[in-house]
Design a protein around this ligand. Structure first.
Ligand code: APR
Length: 315
């Protein structure tokens, strides 16, 4: 069977880490596309040179050209501009909207059958942009945020409980930002509700640290943002798609009435398989989690309508 083909757009920190983890997990061959061609070619060469040592079977190609991406099985979008000092969230939204609109237009035309996974921030809005630009079926465009936010939450819980993160089940839902919803009601440790194992104030401090998870790393690094865990989270999703796992993961997807919301992208539990988001699972939420999800959805609503407007202007 020929190896699967995965296109990674943006050969920056996240894109290169995604490529490396795809090789390490033997998921297929990678085409890395970057506007800075040397960056894509250089990192591809560097990764390929680790193959003889690490036993990678896949190969990476670096390019600027979308012809090389034709008939990809999965496309991972990481291209974007980082938030620079003095730049507002709105400025960043417009800049990354333009970048994502451009790259998705090219990539979707070259691979009409792919599943597309978004990583570029602001995540929910870039997923919405990609979905509308690609004209793919709804399920085939999905955003990576919940897997990362849940991993951060599970890691902090595991440290507080001195227990393996693997026995902690958790779902962080909602938008990827200050309004994210680490559902305490869905958090279980070996099957037991987390509230029975941790004092309320410790749990709320962990929830706050999860919300600030990306910012904490940005502050420490002083330049750039997290990439190992974001890449691991995206590759978890790539693997769920390529292996048709039907994995239950919190992912950003377009809602059309589910959870009571319509025409916005929001993080919810989904079944991820070969077709992308094959189903949205409507899990009953505790009242406080439901209210937090509504707040998160309300913040995204006007921004999705803003994107509708920008998309109309580009037609
Ligand atoms: N086409 C292709 N590549 C592009 C384009 C474009 N139009 N515009 C920018 N890029 C590339 C840049 O050249 C750069 O190599 O995207 C890459 C982004 O890489 P970094 O600046 O290193 O950013 P990174 O840390 O990888 O984060 C990427 O993921 O987690 C999110 O918030 C993060 O939105 C950001 C994205």
């Amino acid at each position: 069977m020929p190896r699967k083909k995965i296109t990674v757009i943006g050969a920056g920190n996240v894109g290169a880490a995604v490529a490396q983890q795809i090789l390490a997990q033997h998921l297929g061959d990678v085409v890395m596309v970057d506007i800075a061609e040397g960056m894509a070619k250089g990192k591809a060469l560097d990764l390929n040179q680790s193959a003889p040592i690490l036993g990678y079977q896949g190969r990476v190609e670096g390019t600027q050209k979308y012809e090389e991406t034709i008939d990809s099985d999965v496309i991972v979008v990481t291209s974007g501009s980082p938030r620079k000092p003095g730049m507002s969230r709105d400025d960043l939204l417009r800049i990354n909207f333009d970048i994502v609109h451009t790259v998705v237009g090219h990539a979707a035309a070259a691979s009409p059958e792919a599943v597309m996974i978004l990583i570029t921030n602001p995540l929910d809005l870039m997923t919405y942009t990609a979905l509308k630009t690609s004209k793919y079926n709804t399920g085939r465009v999905v955003g990576m945020a919940g897997v990362l936010d849940s991993a951060r939450y599970r890691f902090f819980l595991s440290a507080a409980l001195s227990i393996s993160p693997h026995v902690i089940e958790a779902m962080v839902l909602g938008g990827h930002g200050d309004d994210m919803v680490p559902c305490a009601g869905l958090t279980r440790v070996g099957g037991a509700p987390v509230e029975s194992l941790l004092p309320a104030e410790t749990l709320s401090a962990i929830i706050q640290r999860t919300r600030d998870g990306g910012g904490e790393i940005v502050k420490l690094l002083q330049s750039g943002s997290a990439y190992y865990a974001p890449a691991a989270s995206a590759v978890r999703m790539v693997s769920a798609v390529l292996n048709d796992e039907k994995a239950l993961l919190p992912c950003a997807t377009l809602l059309q009435g589910e959870y009571g919301f319509r025409d916005i992208v929001l993080g919810v539990p989904v079944v991820l398989g070969a077709q992308g988001v094959e189903r949205i699972l409507e899990i009953p939420l505790k009242e406080q989690d439901r209210a937090a999800l509504s707040k998160s959805a309300a913040a995204l609503e006007p921004l999705c309508r803003q994107i509708d407007q920008w998309l109309r202007e580009k037609e």
